[in-house]
Design a binder for this molecule. Structure first.
Ligand code: M6R
Length: 597
């Protein structure tokens, strides 16, 4: 969702801000803007609706806006349409600022303090700028005013603030929205994501909720909302510029699909100790063992990984487990068992729906574990424990390598909880990585099939049973989010209870068959849809395959089949979207990191 970048130093700020914003494009946005202190001392603000390209044009690639201190923003509309007026930065008297998050009590704040203000936008952000102006006009210095707004605002924010009276400082403040400070030599930066700054520095200060920061070109001072100065060392990010670039790939999604074998190998390496044994922090294992049920909380693709995780825990560890959609769980919490243990799965570690559940269950005193790809993310910092995915930055909105990474880490965790279960997971995961590599070698086949089966179809169905059904849900989500084909994943046995009414001549049905115990059942369901005119494409494991099956995958351990069977479906989604000319890495209406509920 929205992205922030700020720069203060000796170089021209605008090109740096634009480049930083381009690295944040993957998060999803519908307008962009920047504000720079001009040499005259005025703040120049430029905004553009639509692609960042429009802002590049408006600023002549940044050259039309001079100055060495500035802030930039990509906005994903929440309050008000994506218009230029609503785009950030926003100006309120003395202050110009950009904001990620939501001010929940904006109406109250408008009425209490700002009834005389004529607002230019429909945003909650403009309220913050005017509040700062109000508080400084009544005698507070800027830091006091920032502490004051922090006390007043209910909701989430990452803020980067310019004060028209002081071109030598950018203020920042954070609560429940991600923000980092990038430390440079003779410059410093602010970003909602390290990626916005990685071209300039790989040293970052972590900022906690309820802290504000005074950033100058030579210094970074961090304070609590009560004004207490904090001492903090910067950390070095395990990320380099090449991680954020496509290289020779036409899209990040394709690159990320094909990174999956190396991601699994990296996970094996990261979770193997010096004796060559796979390991997980014993405290996590003990807490799960002491619990009477594992509750997995997640959204979207991560939820689909959670469904497979349920199987891992129940089969390998004999531990009752359920996966829940976070946005449902938070408002309709099921009756909990006596000793629940909560696992949050989130690629970004920032998903607001999951975080709301985290806040609730922590208040209830339960222990939590987050599986995330982003070290230091909100869900990681707030959980009792974290297990990292080591997938490297996932830039495409459609999640691919994070899903397989989530499955791999869940499998390792479940195998360590279920010590009795006989599996050489290190070996089996390596086999899976090799099999994915073979699958990646057949991309031309998936391109051909995607075009043949999906090019002109208005809908498509994935069917499967058990673990295959879970993969079908993920496959359908992938297809719909990037190709905009209406796609659904169904439990194959349920078709005859209603859904089969949708099958007509040439309806594409993709069946996934990886489990011996359901092979024949799903094959019967295939016959039923074929009899009603469906065009059926079967994805099966080699040992279960029939000659008509169009995609045959080399065998892996039967619990790990979702790691491999999902890969052809990712390619199918990719090529179906490509054949329709979709914006694959940045599909419409979607954001990479969903930081609003
Ligand atoms: O960062 P998270 O894993 O918490 O994100 C959850 C979902 O928003 C995400 O998986 C979404 O469904 C993806 N776009 C799917 O490709």
């Amino acid at each position: 969702m929205c992205g922030i970048v700020g720069y203060i130093g000796k170089e021209e700020a605008a090109p740096i801000l634009l480049e930083g914003l381009s690295k944040l494009e993957y998060r999803g946005y519908d307008s962009a803007g920047l504000a720079v202190f001009a040499p005259s001392g005025d703040i120049v603000i430029k905004k553009a609706v639509g692609k960042l390209e429009n802002l590049y044009q408006k600023t002549e690639n940044g050259s039309a806006v001079q100055g060495v201190c500035g802030i930039g923003h990509t906005r994903w509309a929440t309050h008000g349409k994506p218009t230029e007026d609503n785009a950030h930065p926003h100006e309120g008297g003395r202050f110009v600022l950009v904001h990620n998050g939501i001010v929940e009590n904006e109406e109250f704040l408008r009425n209490k303090y700002l009834s005389d203000v004529e607002f230019k936008s429909e945003t909650d952000t403009e309220v913050i700028a005017w509040l700062l102006d109000k508080f400084t006009s009544s005698g507070e210095d800027p830091e006091m005013a920032i502490r004051h707004i922090m006390a007043e605002i209910q909701g989430s924010y990452a803020l980067a603030i310019l004060d028209k009276t002081n071109p030598d400082v950018i203020y920042a403040a954070k609560n429940k929205s991600p923000m980092l400070i990038g430390k440079g030599e003779g410059f410093n930066m602010i970003g909602s994501d390290s990626m916005a700054m990685i071209a300039h520095t790989n040293m970052f200060y972590e900022i906690n909720d309820g802290e504000y920061v005074v950033v100058t070109k030579d210094g970074v001072e961090i304070y609590t909302e009560y004004g207490k100065k904090m001492e903090r060392e910067p950390f070095k990010a395990e990320l380099d510029l090449s991680d954020t670039e496509k290289g020779t790939y036409p899209h990040f999604m394709l690159k990320e699909i094909e990174e999956q074998p190396s991601v699994i190998r990296r996970i094996i390496q990261q979770y193997t100790d010096d004796d060559g044994e796979m390991f997980i922090d014993e405290n996590i294992i003990n807490d799960i063992n002491e619990s009477d049920k594992v509750y997995i909380i997640a959204c979207g693709t991560s939820y689909h990984a959670g469904l497979v995780g349920k199987q891992f825990f129940e089969k390998m560890a004999k531990k009752p487990t359920d996966a829940y959609i976070a946005s449902e769980f938070v408002h309709n919490m099921p009756l909990l068992t006596e000793k629940p243990f909560f696992i949050f799965i989130s690629q970004s570690g920032e998903t607001a729906d999951s975080r709301s559940v985290m806040v609730k269950v922590k208040e209830m005193g339960y222990k939590t574990l987050t599986l995330t790809n982003v070290k230091g993310s909100t869900l990681s910092r707030e959980a009792t424990y974290t297990l990292l995915l080591y997938a490297g930055p996932e830039i495409a909105v459609a999640s691919t390598k994070a899903y397989t990474a989530q499955l791999a880490v869940l499998a390792i965790l479940a195998s360590k909880v279920g010590k009795e279960y006989d599996i050489n997971l290190k070996y089996e995961l390596s086999v899976a990585a090799n099999v994915i590599e073979t699958i990646c070698g057949e991309r031309e086949n998936y391109k051909y099939l995607a075009e043949k089966y999906l090019k002109d179809s208005r809908n498509a169905f994935y069917i499967g049973r058990g673990a295959d059904y879970y993969v079908c849900l993920e496959a359908a989500l992938k297809l719909k989010e990037i190709s905009y084909i209406q796609a659904e994943g169904f439990a194959a046995g349920e078709l005859k209870h209603g859904t089969i009414a949708l099958i007509e001549k040439d309806t594409p049905v993709i069946a996934v068959i990886t489990q011996e115990n359901i092979n024949l059942n799903t094959r019967s369901n295939i016959k039923e849809v074929r009899a009603r005119g469906a065009k059926v494409l079967v994805i099966s494991m080699r040992s279960l395959s029939l000659h008509r099956d169009k995609i045959v995958i080399n065998d892996v351990h039967e619990l790990l089949t979702p790691l491999v069977s999902v890969v052809p479906t990712q390619y199918i989604a990719y090529y179906a979207a490509l054949s329709r000319g979709r914006d694959i890495d940045k599909p419409r209406n979607l954001a990479k990191s969903v930081t609003v509920e």
